[in-house]
Design a protein around this ligand. Structure first.
Ligand code: SF4
Length: 375
């Protein structure tokens, strides 16, 4: 039942926080990281928060369960080989998050004697942990009154406080963090509840488009609603169109039906570093797909000759729209080194591999095995 539209009341953190906290208790979603065994463990809160960066709740849920089943404690993650960690992250994207999480676990073991730090600045110093993530861990797991501002909280507060202009400016950031600080410091509410409550309100009610103000527990304190500007705030700069990239990869099989895989270099500047894939490159302007594979072969130290296109898929990475063309290929008999190997489809499934490449291999696995002439 919608609430009757209330009179606007200027923002008062204490009333706002209590109303929002009450709503959260009855309306929150049942999510795995909100179970007692997870939300009171700073390591598990850290895992969920890092996974949730740039990724939706629906996408994260199965990954979180699988990751925690495999790495239930900070020690188990710290001890695991990086390839195992990446394999359990494969499909979530933004793999630097997995490396940072692994680094954070090692840091807890090596620099904090296995005890997850309780001091906010020490949490903030862990690899990959910024002000938001440190605030989430400190407030949810350790019940410290630390504010958080993520995209959902920023949207809610920008509307409630009727913040004008680009939210990324220092002035507006300061307004949002100040608002979040006032709210989490209200003694009548638990920091473990009020921070997730603000995020939940942004996810379920105060949505980017068409917020459901008539269902909102903080409607009467909302400046945007009072001015009927809930669809205008916050200001969102128009996004640049994605840049197209044309990639090509080689699908080569040997007499046993194994496929040729290549490990991407451990270069900080490239995507998917250290992960496995069909040998792949980005086409240079004016180059055909087959020519690009010949060039790639030269870079890898063996010959590749591209044939027919056997699959093509489109996927996005950050601000790029990638078209990945897969050519059936012959390769020279002499391939050697740690960075390339022949691998069965079954064994490839357990390797850390970008999601688009996993999808491609699933398609290719259904084709009859066909070894092309080896060069
Ligand atoms: Fe968002 Fe509307 Fe609630 Fe304001 S009243 S916080 S715009 S849902």
């Amino acid at each position: 039942m919608p609430f009757p539209r209330p009179e606007f009341v200027p923002f008062r953190a204490a009333d706002f926080a209590v109303s929002l906290s009450n709503w959260f208790r009855s309306s929150q979603r049942d999510l795995p990281w909100r179970r007692e065994e997870n939300f009171s463990d700073p390591y598990r809160v850290l895992v969920s928060e890092i996974m949730l960066q740039q990724t939706t709740v629906a996408a994260v849920t199965p990954f979180f369960k699988r990751f925690i089943a495999r790495f239930p404690t900070v020690e188990s993650l710290a001890k695991a080989p990086e390839e195992d960690v990446l394999a359990h992250w494969a499909g979530l994207g933004y793999y630097s998050r997995a490396r940072n999480l692994h680094g954070a676990a090692k840091s807890v073991i090596e620099e904090h004697g296995g005890q997850f730090p309780r001091d906010f600045n020490e949490i903030l110093a862990l690899p990959g942990v910024g002000r938001y993530t440190a605030g989430a861990v400190a407030s949810i797991a350790l019940k410290q009154r630390k504010p958080i501002v993520d995209a959902n909280v920023a949207r809610v507060l920008s509307r409630v406080l009727a913040v004008e202009g680009d939210l990324k400016t220092a002035k507006n950031q300061s307004k949002l963090w100040e608002g979040a600080t006032q709210i989490v410091e209200v003694e009548a509410v638990s920091p473990r509840e009020i921070n997730p409550a603000m995020m939940e309100l942004g996810a379920l009610v105060c949505t980017p488009k068409n917020p459901q103000c008539e269902l909102c527990p903080v409607e009467k304190w909302c400046g945007a609603r009072a001015q009927n500007r809930q669809n205008e705030l916050p200001f969102v700069a128009s996004k640049a169109a994605p840049t197209p990239l044309f990639d090509v990869c080689a699908f080569a099989q040997n007499a046993d039906g194994e496929v040729l895989l290549r490990k991407r270099p451990e270069d900080q500047k490239i995507w998917w570093r250290g992960m496995w894939e069909l040998p792949r490159t980005t086409r240079i302007e004016g180059e055909t797909a087959a020519q690009a594979l010949t060039r790639l072969g030269g870079e890898l130290g063996f010959a590749i000759e591209g044939g027919e296109e056997v699959a093509c898929l489109k996927h996005g990475v950050t601000r790029y729209a990638i078209t990945l063309s897969c050519l059936e290929a012959s390769v020279s008999t002499q391939i050697a080194g740690e960075m390339v190997k022949w691998c069965s489809f079954e064994a490839a499934r357990a390797l850390p591999m970008p999601a688009a490449m996993k999808t491609l291999l699933k398609t290719l696995e259904k084709r009859p095995a066909r070894q092309l002439r080896l060069l």
